[in-house]
Each structure stands twice: as C-alpha cells, then as structure tokens.
Design a protein around this ligand. Structure first.
Ligand code: UDP
Ligand code: MG
Length: 341
C-alpha cells in the first residue's frame, strides 16, 4: 500500500488543527482508500494550544505525527523539517487553514500515478480577499524576480503541492540555511503539472504574514536566486565613471573657451548627493549578500525540535512516559524477584 504524507506547518492554529484532520481523513476515507495516510503536523513554536490540539489527535489517531520546534523558526523551516521526516511515497505540503483544498488531492495523486509527472503544483487564479496594495506588490515582485533570476518562479503559485519521493529527496539535497521554497521548487525542476483554483478565505484565525514580513521574505528570495543586483552595482559604477569623464571634458573645454571655472555649485551639490545615495544603496545591496553568506557559513541548524512522536526527531512525552512505566514495572519485578531469592 502506498503512503501519502501530508505535511502541515502550523503557527498558532489551535482551531484549525482538528478541523484540518477531520477534512483530510474524510477525503482519504472517501476518495483515496487505497492509500495509507501519514499526517505530519509541524508546530512552529506556537504560543496557543496548537501543540496540545496536535497531541490530542496523536493519541486518538496513530496516523498523526508531529514535530514541535523550540521556538518560531518560520514556515520555511517547518517545511524543511517536515520533508526530512515524511516517510510517504508521495508527500503533500498544505496550509493548516484549509486554504489549500484537500478535495484536489485525488486528482493530484492520479497525475503522479500516471507516471507523466513528478510533482503536481497549484496556483491560484485570483487573489480575492487580499488587500489590493498587497496584490500589486506581489505582482511587481514576481515580475522582477522572473526577470533577474533564471529560476522559474510562478506568480500566484502556492506551496500546496504533491511530490514524488525522488522530488522530495532532491529538495532535501539543497541544504541552504536561507530557504526560499518557491525558488527551490523551481530550481530542482522535474516534470510539473500545474493546477489552478480560486483563492479561498482562511478558515479560522488570521494570516501570519504581515506586509513587512512579506517584504523581507521577497528580499530573501531575490538574494537567494539572483546576483543581478550586484551586477547592477558594477554597471552603475561604470556608468558614473563614464559620466564623470564626460563632465570633466565639458568643464575643461568650457574653461578654455569661456574662462568660467567656478559656476554651477548647486548642481555640484545635487550630483554629490545623488552619487553618495547610489553608493550607499549598493553598499546595502552588497551588505545583504554578505550577511546572507555570513548566516550560511555559520551552518546553524534550520530548526530545533523540542518534542516529537517521530522516531529520532526529538523526545516524545507520551512514548517516554510509557517507557518509564515499563522500566519501573520491570525494576519492581526485578526487586520482588531479588527479595524472593
Ligand atoms: N506558518 C508557520 N510559521 C510561521 C508562519 C506561518 O508554520 O511563522 C504556517 C501557518 O500556520 C499556515 C501556513 O504556514 O499553516 C501558511 O500561513 P498563512 O496561512 O498565515 O499564510 P497565507 O495563506 O496567508 O499566505
Ligand atoms: Mg493560509
């Protein structure tokens, strides 16, 4: 029997966790009875009752596995941890808020089973329910990154996708610390089938992405998948040197012809400010690349797991207490035997 792992990163999703379980188990029972389900929740350092909700599910359903981080490491870390520990032949990534419809799973599975595709990815056809200003900047970002990187990053693509084991293993080979999944998915390639669906509102709770978080994430994406900004810095340098020589020539010729060497100091101030501004901007750009390199070379782990019921991932309180109980009873039995002897 083939196994499908559903990997769900969760950050403060206590209400969504049981609802998601309900929906996914229903879809598997009704439409995917030939597949074994592994539901892997990754609790990304939630501050509400998410972990308790997951633990409760895990005690009543052995298909529920979880990893719980020592703090909030971000969705990308959650995805990485989940991919590392998922054991399925196929692995799907889904939001806990049911914005990614589980009803698409049977169709996605059929595409992978056909053997013609290695991954079925999804994109939303609209951005209904999203603030227009956010949609505008998102479109600008995608247009920009598609121009300046040679990785296929699709506008409107969700992280919701079903992947083969081979595809997952390839993703896991990319061990970088700054993980920008939308780019990593494109980078590994393979044969991709795209499905579209209409944007759905979040079931419960609020989006975890503020405008500022998204802005920083987009910079991560650009730095991770393009060196065009650095090339641009060099190009500006050449451009300004050329302009400087041209001006020098003009000033020189004018001084020779008209003898007017000191006019034009306001324009000089503007030019100095402009050049200094551009220099600082590109220093910032280069600093960004150096900072990212610095983080990469430290080789810090992408996440730390505080608790888990996945073997080898972290301590499992339920399993540990079971083991304690058996050890205690064994010791009691040994002691009793010792006394008898
Ligand atoms: N998420 C996470 N860690 C974070 C932020 C979000 O694991 O630091 C999870 C979140 O619980 C959800 C998924 O990532 O399951 C997508 O987040 P959200 O729904 O807020 O994003 P949106 O759908 O609005 O893009
Ligand atoms: Mg969502």
């Amino acid at each position: 029997m083939k196994r499908i792992s559903i990997l769900v990163p969760c950050y403060n999703e206590e209400e969504n966790v049981p609802l998601f379980w309900q929906e996914i188990t229903r879809v598997f029972a009704e439409s995917l009875p030939a597949y074994e389900l592994e539901l892997l929740y990754v609790d990304d350092g939630s501050r509400d009752g998410t972990l308790a909700a997951i633990r409760a599910l895990a005690t009543k359903d052995s298909r529920v596995k979880y990893l719980s981080f020592s703090r909030n490491f971000g969705k990308e870390a959650g995805l990485y941890a989940g991919l590392e520990h998922a054991t399925g032949d196929f692995v799907a990534v889904m939001d806990a808020d049911l914005q990614d419809p589980p009803s698409l799973l049977p169709e996605m599975t059929a595409y992978l089973e056909s053997g013609e595709y290695d991954v079925v990815a999804t994109r939303r056809v609209d951005r209904k329910g999203e603030p227009p200003i956010r949609s505008f900047f998102a479109h600008c970002f995608y247009r920009l990154i598609r121009k300046i990187s040679n990785v296929d990053i699709v506008d409107g693509a969700r992280d919701f996708r079903l992947m083969t084991r081979q595809y997952v293993n390839s993703l896991l080979e990319l061990k970088e610390y700054n993980r920008f999944s939308k780019g990593l998915f494109g980078w590994v390639g393979y044969r991709v089938k795209w499905l579209s669906y209409e944007n759905m509102p979040r079931l419960k709770g609020e989006t975890k992405w503020s405008f500022w978080k998204l802005f920083l994430y987009s910079i991560d994406g650009i730095v991770a998948f393009s060196v065009v900004p650095v090339v641009l810095a060099a190009a500006f340098g050449v451009l300004f040197c050329g302009a400087a020589f041209l001006f020098l020539l003009i000033v020189f010729v004018r001084a020779l012809l008209y003898g007017d060497p000191v006019a034009g100091w306001p324009s000089l101030v503007c030019i100095i400010l402009l050049v200094a501004g551009i220099q600082f901007f590109f220093m910032g750009v280069m600093g960004e690349y150096i900072a990212k390199t610095y983080m990469e070379v430290k080789r810090r782990p992408v996440y730390l797991c505080r608790e888990s019921n996945v073997k080898g991932a972290g301590p499992d309180p339920a399993r540990d207490s079971r083991e304690d109980a058996t050890r205690d009873s064994r010791e009691d039995a040994d002691a009793a035997q010792g006394e008898q002897g």
